[in-house]
Design a protein around this ligand. Structure first.
Ligand code: SF4
Length: 386
């Protein structure tokens, strides 16, 4: 198993988007400095647990990390590196939103070793950006992208969302074409999930907007696959596409059921206990409480769950089948000491016959058709505990 990753959560945003149920908020800028110090302090609290481990990647996510006042990102990152061992030249990503980036901030990021930028564009249609309640316009995105290239970023991801209320296939195609004309190294395309209680969900339930139906949404997913493939992007995960060599290593570790330490409000971590069992834990979600507990020298952990081996096998297969590489038999055997095909061969065979999966001598993986219906496929494959 590889080295762990380090995640740092920054919960501040310019405004709350209409579809968002992430742990993020607007209007709490006064806390930024104190929060940054708390995250560094949290890294110090984990220092003894992780003293013999090296972190291979760092990911600063949110929220909108680029909304932090200038100077705070480098302070957080350098502070965390003082307490935790991060390998030299680690893939170090930051999420940014157009409208919050400045040339000075971009220089700061590059100067403290951030080498990957993930920009939340979501759409190139101002109409849809307004409907989503995004705090930026199409023009802001292109300006931010140009500024990032000029600053020297050579590894940029762009996040997009499809299946939006009232969105047409033509609008989605034009977003894809326009975004790809910038030649980012990586593109993430997520289908919109209407989250319970969000303003957008309420508006859709009230009949204000019509959502694309399942078939239309699948058509948009197919379109993304075709357009991206044509332009040389390889799909390596259900929602992620990259030019060769630009797959996100931090996220690959998640899908490999690898270990990671997550710092910050409500952050989720995954590690191993003394008996080598997989342990997941979650930080508290109230800002004041998080800061106070860290300032009092206490880890802000709220919930912990231990996975026994069958659960870990379940999680591993679920995550690996998000990747186009799928389950590699040799890796599975060395991790769990059992043969994948002996355990799952019969059901795997059924999925192959249905066209939902493929198998060769090395691996078992889902086809695009199987990925479209990943949940029922997994349910079928894993319905019998090994
Ligand atoms: S910018 Fe991202 S995290 Fe912030 S409110 Fe919008 S979707 Fe949520």
């Amino acid at each position: 198993m590889g080295k762990p990753g380090l995640y740092i959560h920054i919960p501040f945003c310019v405004k709350k988007c209409a579809y968002c149920d992430f742990l993020s908020f607007a209007g709490k800028e006064d806390y930024m400095g104190r929060y940054a110090s708390a995250v560094i302090e949290e890294a110090r609290l984990w220092n003894s647990t992780y003293k013999d481990m090296e972190f291979a990647t760092v990911y600063i996510g949110g929220g909108t990390p680029s909304f932090l006042h200038r100077g705070l990102i480098s302070r957080v990152l350098n502070g965390c590196r003082e307490h935790l061992n991060v390998v030299e030249n680690a893939e170090t990503s930051i999420e940014a939103n157009p409208g919050t980036l400045t040339a000075a901030k971009l220089d700061e990021y590059l100067g403290c070793g951030i080498n990957r930028l993930s920009i939340g564009a979501q759409s190139s249609s101002d109409r849809l950006l307004a409907l989503l309640g995004r705090a930026h316009t199409r023009k802001d995105f292109f300006a931010a992208y140009r500024m990032a290239r000029e600053a020297g970023f050579r590894n940029i991801n762009i996040d997009l969302i499809f299946g939006l209320p009232t969105q047409t296939a033509a609008e989605w195609e034009s977003t894809l074409e326009e975004i790809l004309s910038c030649s980012p190294e990586h593109v993430s395309c997520y289908g919109l999930k209407l989250e319970e209680g969000t303003p957008l969900q309420k508006a859709c339930l009230a009949g204000e907007y019509l959502l694309p139906d399942e078939e239309e949404e699948r058509g948009m997913a197919d379109l993304a696959r075709k357009v991206l493939d044509r332009q040389g992007y390889r799909r390596y995960e259900i929602s992620n596409y990259a030019q060769k060599g630009f797959e996100c290593r931090h996220n690959l570790n998640y899908w490999d059921c690898g270990e990671y330490l997550a710092l910050g409000l409500g952050a989720h971590s995954c590690g191993r206990d003394g008996e080598s069992r997989l342990v997941r834990w979650e930080n508290r979600k109230d800002l004041q409480g998080y800061i106070e507990s860290v300032e009092a020298g206490q880890k802000p952990v709220e919930k912990t769950a231990v996975s026994e081996k069958p659960d870990e096998i379940f999680e591993y297969i679920m995550l690996r089948l998000r990747l186009t590489e799928g389950v590699v038999y040799e890796q599975y055997r060395s991790r769990f000491g059992q043969d994948f095909l002996e355990k799952f061969g019969e059901k795997a065979g059924t999925l192959v016959r249905q066209g939902h999966a493929k198998a060769n001598k090395r691996r078992f993986y889902l086809t695009p058709k199987g990925m479209d219906v990943q949940n029922p496929v997994l349910l079928f494959l894993l319905s019998q505990t090994p």
